[in-house]
Design a protein around this ligand. Structure first.
Ligand SMILES: [Ca+2]
Ligand SMILES: [Ca+2]
Ligand SMILES: [Ca+2]
Ligand SMILES: [Ca+2]
Length: 570
């Protein structure tokens, strides 16, 4: 039998037909935390009893249909139990027998129409339909908002036979999630690439995001903590924890934010790789979508890699979201302790290649290195402050210093050969920036995850002869990745990840950079995303947008090397 996991929702069309005048694009007023658009609409079925009538639909396909009474027992068993767990007892799913219909086609839409036509008004709020279609798939809709009972509300979930009568009845849980206005969470282009979410590709586990549980009314508004730009730490608990279950980092506007929650071992959520603190970006795209609530809410795993657990932070891992750096610092009270601090913007320093004198952006200076050393600055010890590093091309030695003062190197490492160009960054997202080199003759980056002697932890090719190597966090996920700047075409070619086997490269056009200028990268506005600038004739020009016009400037004397870093965190 062909196995498919093509799960989809028809929610939008059904809702739009109902009561368009009821939806204002900016209606967050019903939610005390102003996180969920149309909170009262999207939580209306998910507290208290939600009664369903179960039907089977015999199509022109010749697969198994199943027996209604057996389906009712399964749904009242494990599926109701799953939602009892997720809702902490607040959502009582109940299923009762409906009936059987036949349609002359193979089309699930015909089944939905036939069941709604055959239904009589009752206390049920939806119809649950099982077809004889192959594989594991389904569709669902929360229905009209101006009617609450079936069939007038046209609320339905439809799954294939295997979605109830096989080992993978998570398909049923998934479709029922849509009927309480839960969207898919995904990186894309597939909507099923988030392996931890039953509302995406997580069909081995029943867990879902705390923002879904909050939207359903199961996480109390008082169990939400919104980070306000301060330094601190909080204990984040899993389903059932009486304390904070949802941590919010604000984004740029109402309805756009980052949501963190905790996943721990549970019989219904036992996939070990999914345990930790999950990070998702939530967006209500009300500008381009008329109805941006519920199933139209965007929930995007950060870090943005499909089919991976990269957005599940374990102890010791960190991420930058919004203007906040987060780190999971330990386990606590059945959940995790999450520390947070603002992201500090980069500033300019300059290094005089003739004297080895460094001048920071506040005017303070010190001697470090000898003429001809190539300067860089990174946070070699993870304390938040950048300090100098020098690469002596003649010997292949890197000389790192841990303070911005006069003195000899604290760390010296042999890494590279005379032609190499040094770079540095946090290649693995652990909060410490480490060394790397670019070997122009091989167009290859060699990255190391510790500031110690040894071979590269990661290496891969990028770019072509003549390209200038750079490193930065181009997408704001807390992980620095290499890029190359190609002066003759003005292209900045950015690698998405440090996965040596495969990583897409994105091309940004940087036409504002003149040929021959020194190019550098940094985060000057402290939003966690690095962008580029150039230095020419004593002035540095930069933009806070990749590909943007270089209209910000920093002026100093000629004949100096610009060095970008976080020079102060006060
Ligand atoms: Ca440091
Ligand atoms: Ca690191
Ligand atoms: Ca990145
Ligand atoms: Ca920035």
């Amino acid at each position: 039998m062909r196995r498919t996991l093509a799960i989809s929702t028809l929610a939008v069309a059904a809702v739009l037909l109902a009561a368009p005048a009821a939806f204002a694009a900016d209606d967050y007023a019903a939610d005390p935390n102003e996180l969920i658009n149309h909170y009262d609409d999207v939580s209306r079925y998910s507290t208290g009893t939600d009664l369903w009538r179960v039907w089977v639909c015999d199509t022109a396909l010749d697969g198994s249909v199943g027996v209604v009474s057996e389906a009712v027992d399964i749904l009242n068993g494990e599926i109701a139990d799953v939602y009892d767990w997720l809702s902490e007892g607040m959502y009582d799913l109940q299923f009762e027998a409906g009936g059987t219909v036949s349609v002359p086609t193979e089309d699930g839409d015909d089944c939905i129409q036939a069941v709604l036509d055959a239904s009589t008004p009752s206390a049920a709020a939806g119809v649950f339909i099982i077809t004889d279609g192959p594989g594991w798939s389904g569709v669902a809709s929360p229905g009209y908002t101006n009617q609450s009972l079936s069939p007038a509300n046209r609320r339905y979930a439809l799954v294939t036979y295997n979605g109830v009568f096989s080992y993978s009845i998570a398909v049923s849980a998934h479709e029922l999630g849509h009927t309480i206005y839960w969207p898919h969470s995904y990186v894309g282009p597939s909507e099923y690439d988030n392996p931890i979410d039953v509302m995406s590709g997580g069909f081995g586990a029943y867990g879902t995001l705390a923002i879904n549980r909050y939207a359903a009314g199961w996480v109390d508004p008082g169990q939400v903590t919104v980070i306000d730009g301060t330094v601190g730490a909080i204990t984040l608990g899993p389903v059932g924890d009486p304390g904070t279950q949802l941590l919010i980092v604000p984004g740029d506007e109402t309805g756009d934010y980052f949501a963190l929650d905790v996943r721990v071992d549970h019989p219904y959520d036992s996939r070990a790789a999914a345990h930790g603190v999950t990070v998702h970006e939530v967006r209500h795209d009300c500008a381009s979508t008329f109805f941006c609530a519920g199933t139209q809410r965007e929930q995007i795993p950060k870090r943005p890699t499909g089919d991976s657990y990269g957005h599940v932070l374990t102890i010791g891992e960190s991420a930058i979201v919004g203007k906040t750096r987060l780190e999971v610092v330990g386990a606590s009270g059945g959940g995790y302790q999450v520390a947070f601090e603002p992201v500090y913007p980069d500033g300019f320093a300059m290094q005089n290649p003739n004297s080895g004198y460094w001048t920071l952006d506040d005017g303070y200076g010190f001697y470090y290195g000898i003429p001809a050393d190539l300067p860089m600055a990174c946070d070699w010890d993870g304390d938040g402050v950048s300090t100098p590093g020098l690469y002596r091309q003649s010997s292949g030695f890197l000389y790192l210093r841990q303070s911005n003062t006069f003195g000899v190197s604290d760390i010296s490492i042999y890494f590279g050969i005379p032609e190499d160009i040094p770079i540095c960054g946090d290649w693995n997202g652990d909060g410490t920036e480490t060394i790397g080199i670019y070997r122009p003759s091989e167009s290859t980056f060699y990255l190391r995850n510790s500031n110690t002697f040894g071979v590269a932890d990661v290496q891969f090719t990028l770019g072509a002869a003549g390209d200038v190597p750079l490193a930065g966090d181009w997408d704001g996920d807390g992980i620095d990745t290499p890029a190359v700047f190609r002066a003759d075409s003005g292209e900045l070619i950015v690698r998405a990840t440090n996965d040596p086997d495969w990583s897409p490269a994105t091309h940004f056009l940087e036409p504002a950079i003149p040929a021959g200028a020194v190019v550098f990268a940094g985060d000057w506005d402290g939003d966690g995303t690095d962008t580029v600038g150039y230095h020419e004739a004593g002035t540095s020009w930069f933009s806070n947008v990749l590909g943007g016009a270089k209209d910000l400037s920093h002026v100093w004397g000629t004949d100096h090397n610009p060095v970008i870093g976080v020079w102060a965190i006060s």
